[in-house]
Ligand binder design. Structure first.
Ligand SMILES: Cc1cc2nc3c(=O)[nH]c(=O)nc-3n(C[C@H](O)[C@H](O)[C@H](O)COP(=O)(O)OP(=O)(O)OC[C@H]3O[C@@H](n4cnc5c(N)ncnc54)[C@H](O)[C@@H]3O)c2cc1C
Length: 417
């Protein structure tokens, strides 16, 4: 499986999106472990990619920084309930038809590996998916090297490679790896933090404890959750978990909330998370406000947090006689989504989108899932969702289990390997 690669001492090229690569000091690779394909990340998309690489007889390895597959679901969703449906009974025997209503299973020839066989819950507990992904990796014998955090990814010229370069990288133990084709399946893990004054007073969704909030909310009076109204499942999930215990939850976002049942996009607000809309529309104490967060600021006074207009950004001449945020809050939660973490590349500017619509959220990729800046670098899973963002389900398991397959087929077709 492993090939020792003896690369000549060449100039190493840092990945950039500009097409004008920076150069670093020459390195040697006498001790690096070579694979034709390296996949970074053993979340559901990395495992799905591993399955396709394995069944087509490729020489590959998946690197995973955690000690198990699907570690995303150890942390998220914070309230532990998946939003993908697990419909066990369809009245049909056609496996493709049934998969359409089973949004959590990965594709494989093994019929026992269906989440519908793991739980009867329509919206399963996140732990079910963790157990399932673990079984998927073990039963199908997918090659994952756990406890391996990949760093410093870069290219080095190599005339023997189809793209004229090889990918080089290291892990936290100082082991060196190289590969001809690199597939990033690292998800979206960097929290989106807006340039808002006082934002550090907010608790990030990524670290918020629902139990701690419940305890707090029983003791204190008010909670505000801030979110991007258009794609607010995470924020509404928090609100839904605590609103029975709080005096009120106020939510703020840039645009009008989009409901998945109206837009048909699964990333928009799902009915399973939207109870707070009822308490707001039926005149309880909760509320939704549309406002640009950049024009607002958070301020702490006497242990309370005030959500006010930022005088540097907005004229205070307009007087409000009934300002929605006149009372202070005890807790502010920031739940504004995630973006691709490019710090794995030697140059952090690498592969980040320059297109305005997905500003800095997704890597820029061609329709065959290959990076626009670096040949041989591909993306799989939720970090490749720019191709069908708001159009289809490529950001979710029931979408990328298929787009991963398309990526594998088009890659093989265009590269002849
Ligand atoms: C709050 C929330 C809830 C969601 N709920 C659902 C849901 O119910 N159903 C659904 O289908 N989708 C859901 N999604 C979308 C979800 O992100 C994807 O379904 C799924 O987790 C993405 O899979 P992935 O394999 O692309 O990425 P991830 O699951 O994020 O996997 C990436 C993997 O890469 C590893 N990794 C990252 N960097 C490195 C590195 N440098 N070296 C080694 N390993 C690395 C990580 O440890 C991780 O295991 C949710 C998203 C959010 C934000």
């Amino acid at each position: 499986m492993f090939l020792l690669c003896l690369l000549p001492s060449l100039t190493s090229t840092v990945l950039t999106s500009s097409g004008s690569p920076a150069t670093t000091a020459p390195t040697t690779c006498a001790d690096c472990i070579h694979h034709d394909y390296c996949v970074v990340g053993a979340g559901p998309s990395g495992l799905q990619m591993g399955y396709f690489l394995q069944t087509s007889g490729r020489n590959y390895i998946i690197f995973e920084r955690s000690k198990r597959s699907g570690s995303f679901y150890e942390l998220y969703p914070r309230h532990r309930k998946l939003i993908s449906i697990n419909k066990r009974h369809t009245g049909r025997k056609n496996p493709e038809f049934n998969l359409r209503h089973d949004w959590n299973s990965l594709l494989s020839h093994d019929e026992s590996l269906r989440v519908t066989r793991y739980t009867s819950q329509m919206f399963p507990d996140a732990q079910v998916l963790i157990d399932y992904l673990d079984d998927y990796q073990r039963k199908l014998n997918i090659s994952v090297q756990f406890n391996t955090n990949i760093e410093n990814v870069r290219t080095e010229p190599d005339a023997a490679m189809p793209d004229g370069h090889v990918f080089r990288m290291e892990d936290q133990h100082g082991h060196h790896y190289s590969c001809r084709t690199l597939i990033m399946a690292t998800g979206l893990s960097e929290p989106n933090i807006p340039p808002m004054k006082g934002i550090d007073l907010a608790r990030g969704y990524e670290a918020v404890s629902i139990y701690a909030l419940l305890w707090l909310s029983a003791q204190f009076s008010t909670i505000l959750s801030a979110w991007e109204l258009s794609r607010g499942n995470a924020a509404f999930e928090v609100a839904d978990s605590i609103y029975g215990n709080t005096i009120l939850v106020h939510m703020v976002g840039r645009s009008r909330v989009r409901l998945a049942w109206a837009t048909h996009y699964v990333g928009d607000l799902r009915a399973v998370n939207n109870n707070l809309l009822d308490t707001y529309q039926l005149k309880s104490l909760d509320g939704l406000v549309e406002s640009r967060l950049e024009d607002m600021m958070l301020e702490e006074k006497n242990g309370k947090i005030y959500f006010t207009l930022n005088p540097e950004k907005q004229s205070l001449e307009e007087k409000f006689d009934n300002f929605a945020f006149r009372e202070p809050y005890d807790v502010v939660v920031r739940a504004l989504g995630f973006k691709f973490d490019a710090s794995v590349f030697a140059n952090k500017t690498s592969a980040l989108s320059q297109e305005k619509a997905f500003s800095k959220k997704y890597p820029v990729i061609h329709h065959n899932y290959e990076s626009k800046s670096t040949k041989g670098l591909f993306y799989a899973g939720t970090c490749s969702h720019s191709l069908d963002f708001r159009k289809s389900a490529g950001g979710f398991i029931h979408g990328f289990r298929y787009t991963t397959k398309i990526g594998q087929v088009t890659r093989a077709h265009s590269r002849g390997c």
